[in-house]
Write a protein that binds this ligand. Sequence first.
Ligand code: PLP
Length: 425
Amino acid sequence: MKSHFKAALAQSVEHLIRNERVIGSNPISGSITFSRMNPLDNMLSEELQRLTESNLRRSLRIIDRSEGVLLTISGREIVNFSSNDYLGLASHPALAEAMAEGARRWGTGATASRLICGTTAEHASLEEELASAKGTAASLVFSTGAAAATGTIPALVGRGDVVILDKLAHACLIDGTHASGAKMRVFPHNDLGKLESHLRWARETHPDGKILIITESVFSMDGDLAPLREIVDLKERHGAWLMLDEAHAVGVRGTGIQGLAGELGLIDRIEIQMGTLGKALGVSGGYIAGSRVLIDFLVNRARSFIFSTAPSPAVAAACRAAIKVVCSEEGDRRRATLRGHIAFLSSLLRTEPAESAIIPLILGSEERALAEATRLFEAGFFVPGIRYPTVPKNTARLRVSLSAAHSPEQIRALAGALQRSSQGV
Ligand SMILES: Cc1ncc(COP(=O)(O)O)c(C=O)c1O
């Protein structure tokens, strides 16, 4: 073959590879069908390729069956150490029955936003019961915790105001802050000195502005606690407000659904208390709890509440059942079991007793976190490798989350597999 012809052929094959994707092939003739990629898909596939090369590509894993902490994936039984179902309520028969009864009674969907015609007695009762269990005057339920954050923050602050966030605050808290247009200041994780200097700066430079501090109580990827008492003292001293995200504390810390704020007797001193209904409560949704006037204001101003179809009433019914269980003696027993599991795994790993159900094992590189997660999966344990941007660069990790539904034998087996991993076996 003439060399210029060969070059032209190579060029057109290259063009095909870059601009067209295979949509089918005939196994008998071996012929391949191409479809032309549009420029957007072309650009996105290059970006995906870059993610793959830097070990940052994500893909969805299909679960074929789920029974408590046991998952069936690709025909194999795997013990799940990746969920936030801390009390094992996602498979509780009382919640499933409440959801089924809710659907029979109300139908499957709310059919409109809450302000149009989507507020059922089920939603109203859920909010009353949630506020009463939390120890606040009122509460407002959103379709997710993320929607609670992205609706509430821009409703409360805007241009001319300041939001001060912990460095490890969840993405939805950062997104809500960006959407608000307020000036954003970040303090190093749990660094009270830096928080105080940001508060002083905010007061000096924005004398008429509002100042909102936002933190989590139990941090989602580290499992440690915020120094909440000190943060509350600081915000009062500097005339700021506090929004506390208790997503990973509710049902784990404090009694009932009171979280860390309840455990430390701070419920009355925190203006905006946020939580989710999809983690320890085992259903889905998010909420803000606080004063009646705060809730009435959010009904009028939180865009993710106003311009979105309400959560299904069947979901609201299941959430009511979840709160009932968490606040009962059974809830206390499940929490005690979970605390026992946390102490047990910490002792097996020879670490300080963890402060929550989240135990991170920091590995550093994305590559290592992925390799270890794969190795554990092959050994029968689902422990996710958490990578940038969920955690800062060079802090990729395995995130073990415990549930009251685990058995001591499953935890012992996981600890063995983790130790084999650290010894490189
Ligand atoms: C700390 C924290 N806040 C908020 C959320 C968002 O809650 P939801 O999953 O209900 O949207 C999450 C979820 O992962 C979280 O970890």
